[in-house]
Design a protein around this ligand. Structure first.
Ligand code: IPE
Ligand code: IPE
Ligand code: MG
Length: 247
């Protein structure tokens, strides 16, 4: 089965998972992290080569200080203690997002994991942390012009200035949590991505749900703007033909 080369996941619904159980939102985030760990493994085993995970958006600073603090601590602790996990699966970690604003312990843990996994040849795990698609495009423009760029960059020049230039465009975006929106997730790189929206809240998302998403993806007809093949065009045409009254 054809799996996406670059999978993006908008891991949404942690808060609702917790509050619907009368728990604190933070409990939803810890539970969501367990799901992330399982899904990272499943994606790697399925043959995904690049996995972009939306961990914290540039807009998520609007949340309470407690929630932001908890999320940052959770990420830092995870990175500090899970190096074995990344090593065992041969995963290479990269970061997309604005460094400024991230707590020092998070940056330290992130830099360490990125450095210590940089020679790994397995799946690339791109952590979108303090990430916004608009923000990344603006920062790429800025870096390009600081390097002497004049006028406007070509698409290729711009993407070489993105946060993690080794990443190809995203093939499939899976968003859990029942919302039908992009929420500033890799706006440029999803230009021709397929989208699958799941009603499940992220802590409830399973390896089977991931496999179901891959099956749906494998059945999608990606055209990138070209005309459908002649036989498919014929099928659509025939289906649209209605008997006409004569005379
Ligand atoms: C996604 O879950 C995790 C982050 C945004 C960090 P949410 O925290 O957005 O959960 P809901 O959408 O409020 O349920
Ligand atoms: C997107 O979820 C960000 C992450 C999953 C990290 P949000 O919960 O922040 O998105 P909105 O606010 O519902 O659009
Ligand atoms: Mg949400």
């Amino acid at each position: 089965m054809k799996v996406p080369d670059h999978l993006g996941i908008i891991m949404d619904g942690n808060g609702r998972w917790a509050t619907s159980r009368g728990l604190d939102r933070s409990k939803g985030h810890s539970e969501g992290l367990k799901t992330t760990r399982r899904i990272v493994r499943a994606a790697s085993e399925a043959g995904v080569r690049f996995l972009s995970l939306y961990v914290f958006s540039t807009e998520n600073w609007k949340r309470s200080t407690e929630e932001v603090g908890f999320l940052m601590g959770l990420v830092a602790r995870h990175l500090e203690k899970e190096l074995d996990f990344y090593n065992a699966l041969g995963l290479r970690v990269v970061h997309s997002g604005e460094r400024e604003g991230l707590f020092p312990d998070v940056l330290r843990a992130l830099d360490r994991t990125v450095a210590l996994t940089s020679s790994h040849k397995g799946m690339v795990v791109n952590l979108a942390l303090n990430y916004g698609g608009q923000d990344e495009i603006l920062r790429a423009m800025q870096r390009w012009s600081e390097e002497g760029g004049r006028g406007r960059p070509s698409a290729g020049e711009l993407r070489r200035h993105f946060d993690a230039p080794i990443l190809p465009d995203i093939d499939l975006v899976v968003r859990t949590g029942g919302e039908f929106r992009v929420s500033n997730f890799f706006l440029w790189q999803t230009a021709y991505a397929e989208f699958i929206f799941s009603q499940k809240l992220w802590p409830d998302f399973t390896e089977d749900d991931l496999r179901a998403a891959f099956r749906e993806y494998a059945g999608r007809d990606r055209r990138f703007g070209s005309a459908p093949p002649a036989d498919a065009r014929g099928a659509v045409h025939m289906a649209e033909v209605r008997p006409r009254p004569h005379g």
